[in-house]
Design a protein around this ligand. Structure first.
Ligand code: PRX
Length: 648
């Protein structure tokens, strides 16, 4: 082992673990040498309506990209997440709901109640005309009804597309139209940090551009005032009154779609990442159990929003497939103060806690008194996800939250991967602060030379690719298989390209360094620079825009925008503020620019390509390594950029 800080699993961790170090080595080797044998066995952890006879049928060979797992099997995800637990744990809590307002009462929903709620929801959807294969857009706050809605879709074979409640009406409209949803599920309002989020009103605005939407199902959450539109809008409580709490689960082929989830890429509009039924469920269930070392009866809390993949895989599908108790939190870490997370941990005796580095850094900055006043003795394991975790934050998490007693696991994965890819297994893999450590079973990471694509062996830095398929992998981009192939498989033939940079150290540990493409990671939220640019140029006073990320203490990355105005349009602080609001309105608050610099020109090559490398360096205040600027059409542009750089 290298000389950096290494945390070896304690006796207590090793004695309870699902996977020891020896088992990890042997099972990993088998998972890659005999994927059919390994995954064929693992897939029996879930219930199949019709057993599969084939396991893996996948090709990364350009241009014949095709991914199928368990392709002749049939199952239902909702039945696996609910029905099969009823006999043994019908009265166990499936979901603990902790509301935004700390004074409001928490709710405990048992598996039996979950069954009834989901069946009722499914029957209401059927009543609205939703059938197997239809797309349903869900634009909801973090309340149990969101879980019911997702599971109800899964139960009847409808494909859900959850859109994060923080997205703007425009962003919502684009996602509704891309997958032709005829039904949208929303709530009157959401509640976060004591403030209302006008979800239904946003839907009303979005639907002005969505001619295909026929029905909007509205859940009464806050009771705030909203407009209901004629025959289009339906109150959930009215539609559900007297509806049968029994609905037979639809048998789904393993490769039938389960959900679409939009995520940002380096170019163009967000991509509808498509996940299917069998492989996804096997993968999220196995990763949830082994990576969190989950045991029956434990209380598990993932703080993500269900609008992101973390919420899909590790609030809902993974934990429920394993019969776990999963906590859903409506609020934010800072409300009413920076002690809220820890109060919730103590209140519900949470054993496993999973959050993002940006939250850890923000809470660390708020002062230790908030975490020190909490008990936290229920905690056993702490997880991190969404962006690279800096060693300082890792160590604070370990010392202050984990009281040097809890395992800390840094899980690297993506919307596209469905579940964990590189992460410690608590009893098997010693951890190093800042490293996601080693691959999960069946995952074959490769470090490639970015230019030549050559596979680098041993200690190396480069781009991260994956050499073969795993069951949780996305299958395509909704409606655009060609884009799927080009985005992930064209650049490095024979590999799935992750878009991330990484280093592998002398112990074979992986250290993810962040995106190498034009994707930003702002507070763990993924955002395409192209999306922010197109929002900016949609403003009548903007002629051109280029957006780059810069290192930000709390958010990981901040958003720096270079804006060229239309001729004769004067730059001003007011206009900068107006543009900031404009982007928030176009995309949502997560895309709010940190800096706007007005620039008379952008650095371009003679062929007109914007040199982002230079823009990144200026934003980072790093002029020593601007590189060769002589190829620019107008090298003087760079001097102006430097002279007018905004302090952040
Ligand atoms: O850059 C990596 C970063 O987040 C990207 C994936 O974002 P998204 O699809 O929104 O999924 C986030 C939750 C899985 C990756 O390409 N990322 C995610 N987890 C980590 C990470 N970077 C470093 N370390 C991580 N643990």
């Amino acid at each position: 082992m290298s000389s950096e800080a290494v945390f070896v699993p304690s006796e207590a961790v090793v004695s309870r673990t699902h996977v020891t170090a020896e088992q990890y080595g042997a099972q990993y080797a088998r998972s890659v040498s005999d994927p059919d044998g390994f995954w064929g066995e693992q897939a029996r952890r879930i219930d199949w309506i019709k057993p599969f006879t084939k396991v893996k049928n996948t090709s990364f060979e350009w241009p014949d990209i095709s991914i199928k797992w368990f392709e002749d099997g049939a199952l239902n995800v909702a039945a696996n997440c609910i029905d099969r637990h009823l006999a043994t744990r019908g009265d166990q809590t499936a979901i603990i709901f902790e509301p935004d307002d700390p004074k409001a009462e928490a709710r405990h929903i048992t598996y039996r109640q979950l069954h009834d709620e989901v069946c009722r929801f499914a029957n209401v959807l059927k009543g609205l005309g939703v059938k197997k294969g239809h797309r349903v857009t869900i634009y909801m706050p973090m309340i149990p009804e969101t879980a019911y809605a997702m599971l109800a879709c899964a139960r009847i074979g409808a494909i859900h597309s959850v859109v994060f409640g923080g997205f703007s009406p425009d962003a919502l409209a684009g996602r509704i139209n891309d997958c032709d949803s005829a039904v949208v599920i929303t709530a009157d309002e959401g509640r976060r940090g004591g403030k209302s989020v006008p979800l239904k009103t946003n839907v009303d605005v979005a639907l002005e551009d969505c001619p295909g939407v026929e029905k909007v199902l509205v859940i009464r959450n806050t009771g705030g005032p909203i407009a209901m539109k004629g025959s289009r809008d339906v109150w959930w409580h009215e539609a559900a009154a007297g509806v049968d709490p029994v609905c037979d689960p639809e048998p789904m082929n393993a490769e039938d779609p389960l959900f679409i989830l939009y995520t940002s890429g380096s170019t163009g509009k967000p991509k509808g990442v498509l996940h299917t039924t069998g492989g996804y469920l096997v993968y999220v269930s196995l990763t949830h159990e082994l990576t969190f070392d989950y045991r029956d009866g434990e209380i598990y809390w993932c703080t993500a929003d269900v609008g992101w993949v973390t919420g899909h895989s590790y609030i809902l599908y993974g934990p429920l497939a394993n019969g776990a108790t999963t906590l859903m939190f409506e609020g934010v870490p800072s409300y009413p103060d920076a002690g809220r997370f820890w109060e919730v941990v103590d209140k519900h005796k949470v054993n496993i806690f999973y959050t993002a580095p940006t939250a850890i850094r923000a809470l660390m900055g708020a002062g230790d008194q908030f975490v020190e006043r909490a008990d936290l003795s229920s905690l056993r394991l702490l997880g991190s996800v969404g962006e690279p975790i800096n060693p300082e934050a890792w160590l604070w998490y370990h010392r202050k939250v984990g009281r040097e007693r809890c395992v800390v696991i840094d899980t690297w994965w993506q919307t596209e991967t469905g579940g964990f890819m590189i992460s410690p297994l608590p009893g098997a893999i010693p951890t190093k602060p800042g490293s996601a450590t080693k691959p999960f079973f069946g995952v074959q990471p490769a470090v490639l030379d970015p230019e030549s694509g050559k596979v680098l062996e041993g200690e190396a830095s480069g781009v991260l690719a994956i050499a073969d398929s795993w069951p949780g992998q996305m299958r395509t981009i909704w409606g655009d298989h060609q884009r799927f192939k080009e985005t992930y498989f064209q650049q490095y033939k024979g590999f799935y390209f992750t878009g991330d940079g990484c280093r592998r150290d002398e112990d074979g540990y992986y250290w993810i360094t962040g995106r190498v493409d034009d994707v930003l990671n702002v507070s763990g939220h993924r955002l395409g620079t192209a999306e922010v640019e197109s929002a900016l140029v949609a403003h009548p006073k903007v002629s051109e825009a280029a957006v780059v990320g810069f290192p930000h203490e709390i958010k990981g990355q901040g958003i720096y925008c270079y804006v060229t105005l239309m001729a004769d349009e004067p730059a001003s602080d007011e206009l900068a503020a107006e543009l900031r609001n404009w982007v928030r309105k176009e995309i949502g608050p997560i895309a709010s620019p940190d800096c706007i610099q007005f620039a008379p020109g952008l650095p371009k090559t003679r062929s007109g390509k914007i040199m982002r490398r230079i823009l990144r360096k200026v934003a980072e205040n790093d002029y020593g390594s601007l590189g060769d600027t002589s190829t620019l059409a107008d090298p003087a542009v760079v001097d102006d950029l430097i002279a007018n750089r905004k302090n952040r």
